[in-house]
Design a protein around this ligand. Structure first.
Ligand code: RM4
Ligand code: MN
Length: 381
């Protein structure tokens, strides 16, 4: 039953999506933006309230640093959400100019590793079971550092973090082809991430950020491959037109999102073991509705992927009927699934139109009036 499958979908929203963001040119301040992690969780709870499928929120440390993490987890529960993945940050300190865990200086490497271990401590305190590791490490100029030695340093740090993980915890290693490093990046692609994870064991998996590939990369192939090897830990969903644009998922290329979700379902990855996370920034659009729209986009792509007639597709594939196989795919993609999702929401006791329901709720006016004074959360804070 497609509706049953959709009802159990879980999409995680990122705390940083609720704060101010922008580009290196300008960060635009918006009204009502949270001033601390508690207010970010309150906003995330609105997304869950209107969609019913976004019960967890990813934190970013140190952006979401608090004195009492158990208290933060309790606050989340009071709002009706839970703490999801803990995202580490070893890219915003002066010490990290030449790298973090791959830095040539062992003192800096030690500091970076201590932060990663601190993130596991926070997982223990918040009940989070997932650590997300993204490294901006790399070099800008040929000869700047030893490519091979940097891999050794990376492996050493990953092994130490792996060792520290509890039985029910895992880490997801994220790759990205370039930026901020422009010549070499130490984890530039899924193959590098996969090789490191494979060596470590089952608690190390790869996370696919859909914005972290070269243009034209076939992401669904990567998804199919990693799932087949039991190494797909989850997604950081977003859209890109050029590089790591962090736009709303399903906005730039809903067909790609459908193809990815099809491979997830085909490969048995439509389970709670795969984390469907958003990693986005809403630079010019309002943040809570931006997240609601994104969640709906993932739901729509999933519904279409579930609609693929897999028997007809398999028969066409066996028969070598290229056009029939492609038609089976396209028929599903071209189906308007919005009525089905509206029906499902009503069955779940939700408003069939989450965007309109949020707009009517008055929540935005409330936060715009209440959240006066203090420093708004934003990139790097
Ligand atoms: C990185 C990467 C991480 C995210 C940060 C904010 O490019 O995508 O997942 O935590 O940005
Ligand atoms: Mn990401």
């Amino acid at each position: 039953m497609i509706k049953e499958e959709l009802r159990r979908q879980r999409i995680e929203t990122p705390s940083w999506a609720y704060g101010n963001s922008g580009t290196r040119f300008k960060v635009f301040a918006q009204k009502g933006v949270p001033r601390d992690p508690y207010e970010k969780l309150a906003d995330a709870a609105q997304v869950h309230r209107f969609t019913g499928v976004a019960p967890t929120v990813a934190l970013h440390i140190p952006w979401d640093k608090v004195d009492d993490y158990a208290g933060l987890a309790r606050h989340a529960a009071e709002q009706g959400v839970r703490i999801g993945a803990i995202n580490s940050n070893v890219f915003q300190d002066d010490d990290y100019m030449l790298g973090s865990v791959t830095h040539p200086d062992p003192v800096v490497r030690k500091k970076a590793l201590a932060h990663l271990i601190e993130c596991v401590d926070i997982m223990d305190q918040t009940g989070s079971d997932t650590l997300k590791l993204w490294f901006s490490d790399g070099t800008n100029y040929p000869g700047q550092d030893d490519i091979r030695a940097r891999q050794d340093r990376l492996a050493e740090a990953l092994a130490a973090v792996y060792e520290r993980l509890g039985d029910d915890q895992r880490f997801l290693l994220e790759y990205k082809l370039f930026e901020p490093a422009f010549y070499t990046t130490d984890v530039p692609d899924w193959g590098t991430a996969y090789a490191h994870c494979l060596k470590l064991g089952p608690k190390a998996q790869v996370v696919v950020d859909t914005g972290h590939h070269a243009p034209g990369t076939n992401i669904e192939f990567i998804v199919a491959f990693l799932l087949r090897e039991g190494k797909l830990g989850g997604f950081d969903f977003n859209s890109r037109f050029y590089a790591d644009d962090d736009l709303m998922v399903g906005a730039a290329d809903p067909f790609q999102l459908f193809r990815i979700m099809y491979e997830v379902i085909r490969g048995g990855g439509y389970t709670e073991d795969t984390a469907f996370m958003l990693d986005q920034c809403h630079n010019i659009e309002p943040k809570i509705p931006g997240q609601i729209r994104s969640v709906m986009n993932v739901q729509e792509a999933t519904a279409k992927a579930l609609l693929v007639d897999r028997e007809a597709l398999a028969a066409a594939q066996r028969a070598g009927d290229v056009l029939a196989a492609n038609a089976a795919f396209m028929d599903a993609y071209n189906t308007d699934v919005r009525p089905l999702l509206a029906e499902l929401r009503e069955e779940m006791g939700l408003d069939p139109d989450p965007m309109a329901a949020y707009a009517r709720s008055g929540y935005f006016d409330k936060i715009a009036t209440e959240r006066i004074g203090g420093a708004q959360a934003g990139w790097g804070a």
